[in-house]
Design a binder for this molecule. Structure first.
Ligand code: SF4
Length: 434
């Protein structure tokens, strides 16, 4: 007699793109778990949900390739169903349905209840802050707002994430408490624009008040700020940063460019003079603050003179952390009406030149740390090293501190005091301080 084996459904969530997508995947996984579904992150599963990125060309390509890879697996019988969600799906759903029809269903960034239904689950409103984190146990992203009201000419994010919407302070605190109960020691606050927090809900910029509430959460030792906008920066945040030891002296403020002509065309609402003054004010208010920024080179109309202005300014400002992207011409953005006139090889060369300057600055700043002691959190062990981070470094994008694991044992997820003994462009070597 033939017996039919009932295959158990296992849902595999695949995450592409930025920390905001990581967060969304974790919320999805939390909802699935609460519905008693078996769910894994980037492991084997017969049902696959791909959380895509649609930000710039490279990211879109990676998302499309991942969808094609799983559709192929479905055709070969390795997986049963493929669902696609996230930014790419939000932005290009009609095209994707036409071009890759073998996907079972596409969902946009606001269609979590529909996606859950397709997976045989119900959206549970009562699960404020319940999620399955996919990052190392000691840190978690905390999304405090969704969407963006800014008019930046090059940016497709408002097309995919909609208007700015702040999460109420009390909900964020509940979420932070739950994370802390699960062992999270570092909260990384994210939003398209942190500085806009509260304007919709409380009719005022309320990031400082939110920080005051979050520092009271027991178990949380570090709170880190990612993605601030330079216009209308709420300076009271710096007072909280100074006053509260839990707030890392760290700010990620993507400045994009500095030539006035480019800033104007980018619709950033600021100038070189105002931006430079803002940075000086930051440094005066919080003297040991680490400032991270990101820049775009090769924006339409960027002349050699604009680029020289940018280069000189990067040399003068001596950012502790800096990343540089080449401009990506995105349809339906304001800048799409301009001619994408900087050749690709010039864009790449300009990005390399900026990163060369930054490597030197970073090397010099790192040399000054030799002999100094820092508190680090140990994120993981890799080969013969424990890999740690200081309060001045965010995971994945910033410097790491390597500690020889053949000489000492350190517990992953815990803090340690170390002394820097050697420094490279971006990484530091340390020994445990006695
Ligand atoms: S602030 Fe950031 S997310 Fe908002 S439009 Fe500008 S670049 Fe895009």
């Amino acid at each position: 007699m033939r017996t039919k084996t009932l295959k158990k459904n296992k849902i595999n969530v695949v995450t592409l793109g930025c920390s905001k997508n990581v967060y969304d995947s974790e919320i999805l996984m939390g909802q699935l778990k609460a519905n008693n579904k078996e769910v894994v992150h980037e492991e084997e599963g017969n049902i696959v949900v791909i959380n895509t990125c649609g930000f710039i060309n490279n990211a879109k390509e990676e998302s499309v390739n991942t969808i094609l890879e799983y559709v192929q697996k479905k055709e070969e019988g390795e997986v049963d169903k493929v669902f696609v969600t996230g930014c790419l799906s939000e932005r290009y759903k009609p095209d994707l349905v036409k071009e890759i029809p073998n996907v079972d269903e596409y969902f946009g960034t606001t269609e979590l209840p529909g996606l859950l239904r397709a997976l045989g689950a119900d959206y549970k409103h009562e699960l404020i802050g319940e999620r399955l984190t996919t990052t190392p146990k000691n840190y978690a992203y905390l999304k405090i707002a969704e969407g963006c009201d800014r008019p930046c000419s090059f940016c497709a994010i408002p097309l995919m994430r909609g208007k700015h919407k702040s999460t109420p302070i009390e909900d964020i605190v509940i979420e932070a408490e739950k994370l802390a109960e699960n062992g999270v020691k570092e909260l990384i606050l994210i939003a398209q624009d942190l500085t806009y927090y509260g304007l919709d809900l409380y009719k005022k910029r309320n990031l400082a008040e939110l920080l005051e509430a979050l520092v009271k959460v027991e178990g949380v030792e570090w709170i880190r700020l990612h993605y601030a906008f330079p216009t209308g920066f709420p300076m009271d945040v710096l007072d909280v940063m100074n006053r509260e030891p839990k707030i890392c002296n760290y700010l990620d403020i993507p400045l994009q460019h500095i030539s006035d002509a480019i800033l104007k065309s980018m619709r950033r609402g600021t100038t070189q003079e105002k931006t430079t003054k803002l940075l000086k004010d930051f440094r005066a208010a919080v003297p040991n603050m680490t400032i991270r920024t990101t820049l775009i080179v090769g924006y339409p109309g960027e002349t050699e003179a604009d680029f020289q202005t940018l280069k000189n300014w990067v040399k003068d400002m001596r950012f502790e952390r800096l990343g540089c992207f080449t401009y990506s011409h995105e349809e339906n953005t304001h800048a799409y009406n301009l001619e994408d006139d900087v050749p690709e090889e010039v864009k790449i060369d300009r990005a390399n030149q900026i990163m060369e300057i930054q490597s030197q600055i970073s090397w010099e700043l790192n040399q000054q740390k030799i002999g100094q002691e820092f508190k680090v959190v140990i994120d993981r062990k890799e080969g013969n090293y424990f890999i740690g981070r200081t309060e001045f470094d965010s995971p994945d994008v910033d410097n790491e501190v390597l500690i020889d694991a053949t000489k000492i044992y350190l517990k992953t997820g815990e803090f340690a005091n170390v002394k820097i003994i050697e420094a490279e462009d971006f990484d530091l070597y340390a020994e445990v301080a006695h």
